[in-house]
Design a protein around this ligand. Structure first.
Ligand SMILES: *Cc1c(COP(=O)(O)O)cnc(C)c1O
Length: 417
């Protein structure tokens, strides 16, 4: 749910901070992602406030929204980064994040990814298997360096969320099983170029109930005790991301303070620096997707379709996770209609809402799809020959283009002819 102070209606038109979204659509065209800079800052500060007093370090999970300006905004606040690949590491470094504030994760890092991370001097590489530990050791040794590593533990806790975004269950591909830890510790002792400095978990995304973290943390505390008695000096205890946001006002997310209240007492026991990796929590509600109504049509069954100029190529979440996004008319209306809001892509899954009661709109009107700042533009693609949209960041009364719209030439630039 958007913060109505940052996305107010001014004279009946939805604004981002001090700028009318209608004006931005006219200036930059649609589809258009519009991000409130102050929303990012406020969410980051709210997170920091909830955990103040706890020895911790927050690494924004870049995969939620990797625009350089988004990363930079958070880095300017003192935030570090969690990256999942060489490409995300490149983005974080380009945005000016200090390597010592970057943690590198990823279940399938290649030797090239690892080399890039070690050469850059990231704070820690998270290893997810015995084989990966051996590879990190070889790569670091080849560079004449030592790599600081964390072990991602799969705590075998099934967080109740969408099955595609639960990651801490023994059915999932992520992390090392607790049962393999003796082997992991033995291997770590034998490897000369890796230093174990952290333990890590990430149990999923959009997790509403702090009890899932609590259960996983209790297991991780046992692992911590085991690692210490095996002689390792664990400095970082990384509990990942997954903190929830409200998409549907009918289903408000658990406030972050409740997570803090429940988890801080356990976290304080570790005697380590706690690492958090929020992604969605920071960015989801910072951004709207502006889209113009191309056509309206009604079929023989009386179904009403609103065909808009954005689709699953810009926002795949409804198709991929059955996600709910609020949709409102940019110019306020008194009347409503029931319709399917669908995109132009040749897939039946290309919809934003089905049988939804929405503001009545006509052809040419603007709609705003809300809360698209996390896992929105980062998942955009060129299917159907579509161009990735432009992105704008608003700070007060200033708007700035932070990503240009793609061009047809860019669509074919890597194809030699
Ligand atoms: C995706 C991911 C995150 C961020 O998850 P959110 O639900 O967006 O907070 C954090 N850590 C790791 C390892 C991830 O894969």
């Amino acid at each position: 749910m958007l913060d109505s102070n940052l996305f107010p209606y001014c004279d009946g038109t939805l604004c981002c901070e001090g700028i009318s979204l209608q004006k931005l659509a006219e200036e930059y065209g649609t589809p258009l992602f519009v991000t409130s800079r102050n929303s990012l800052v406020n969410q980051y500060r709210a997170f920091e406030k909830a955990f103040e007093g706890l020895d911790h370090f927050t690494c924004y999970s870049v995969k939620a929204n990797f625009n350089l300006h988004v990363i930079r905004t958070l880095a300017d606040e003192g935030c570090g980064c969690d990256v999942n690949s060489g490409g995300e590491l490149f983005r974080a470094l380009q945005a000016g994040v200090e390597p010592g504030k970057i943690i590198m994760a990823g279940v399938g890092k290649t030797a090239a990814d690892i080399e890039y991370g070690v050469r850059s001097g990231v704070l820690m590489l998270k290893a997810e298997s015995l084989s990966e530990l051996r590879l990190i050791n070889d790569v670091a040794g080849g560079l004449g360096k030592n790599a600081s590593v964390g072990i991602r533990i799969n705590p075998n806790v099934t967080a109740e969320t969408h099955p595609y975004i639960t990651t801490g269950d023994s059915k999932e591909k992520f992390g090392v099983d607790e049962t393999d830890l003796d082997e992991v510790f033995a291997l770590l002792k034998a490897l000369e170029h890796v230093d174990l400095v952290g333990l890590d978990m990430h149990i999923g995304s959009q997790i509403f109930d702090a009890d899932f973290y609590h259960a996983a943390l209790e297991k991780l505390l046992d692992v911590l005790a085991g690692a210490r008695s095996a002689g390792f000096n664990i400095r970082y205890f990384d509990i990942g991301g997954g903190f929830p946001v409200t998409y549907d006002p009918q289903k408000p997310a658990t406030p972050i303070e409740q997570f803090a209240e429940k988890l801080v007492p356990l976290l304080e026991k570790t005697g380590t620096t706690i690492v958090f990796e929020p992604g969605r929590f920071i960015t989801a509600n910072s951004t709207v997707l502006l889209t113009r109504v191309l056509y309206r049509k009604r079929n023989h069954a009386g179904k009403e379709f609103v065909i808009v100029d954005a689709g699953m190529t810009e926002l795949i979440r409804p198709a991929l996770y059955q996600s709910y996004h609020e949709i409102v008319a940019v110019c306020q209306h008194d009347s409503v209609m029931v319709a399917d809001i669908v995109g132009p892509v040749c897939e039946s899954g290309d919809f934003f809402a089905r049988e939804r009661t929405v503001d009545r709109v006509e052809e040419g009107d603007l709609l705003a799809v809300l809360s698209v700042g996390a896992y929105g533009s980062v998942m955009s693609n060129n299917y159907n020959g579509r161009l990735r949209p432009a992105e704008v960041m608003v700070d007060g009364k200033k708007a700035r283009l932070i990503r240009k719209r793609e061009t047809f030439d860019q669509l074919v630039q890597n194809e030699m002819f």
